[in-house]
Design a protein around this ligand. Sequence first.
Ligand code: FES
Length: 215
Amino acid sequence: MDPFDVLGVETDANESDVSRAYRERVKEAHPDQGGSREAFMRIQQAYAAIRNGNVEVAEDGSAESTAATEPTATHDQGPPPGTARMEYLDFEVLSDHGWEIDDDDLFEAASNADLEPGEYGRLLVDREETLLEAAERCGFAWPYACRGGACANCAVLLREGEVEMADSHVLPEGMVEEGIRLSCLCRPRSDELQVVYNVKHLPGLDELRLPSQRF
Ligand code: FES
């Protein structure tokens, strides 16, 4: 394996180019994004080989990993650097299954319920993008109206994890304490998140909604 080839960088690439390429490739290939575990591990191995100096570059410019042992990365080792893994669930499906939003095993039940990808799943969120942007990047149409903190259309319930939410005065303090967040304003600050989205019809949020035309 030519680690530079796997990451798509020149053999004389500097550390920050290698690191940037690694982050891009590993995000594309991550199993949470639909990539294969093999491709994901190959990228991790390539990066580890370069970082640890376990690469031999031949005169013709080709390179080969000399790592004696390869990392045994697995899907459960956590999200790639600079990202968070968000497990999401559509509030709309809860009543169909007799689930309550505060059920302790809500996400476990959802993971065993054979739901559609738009209803339940996991996706990677870049630390610099909002939860709403990440969902849209993955092709999902999560609700929103203003995209600026002036309504509750994009509200989600954060069950696990930490996010940083830009200033908004629309949510009453009690709701923030209960875990309600605005997905258009939140960026991940922990590796793992659990989010119930589409909670705009919860009591107290319904009246904060705007007409849902997109502007
Ligand atoms: S869409 Fe209005 S606050 Fe997020």
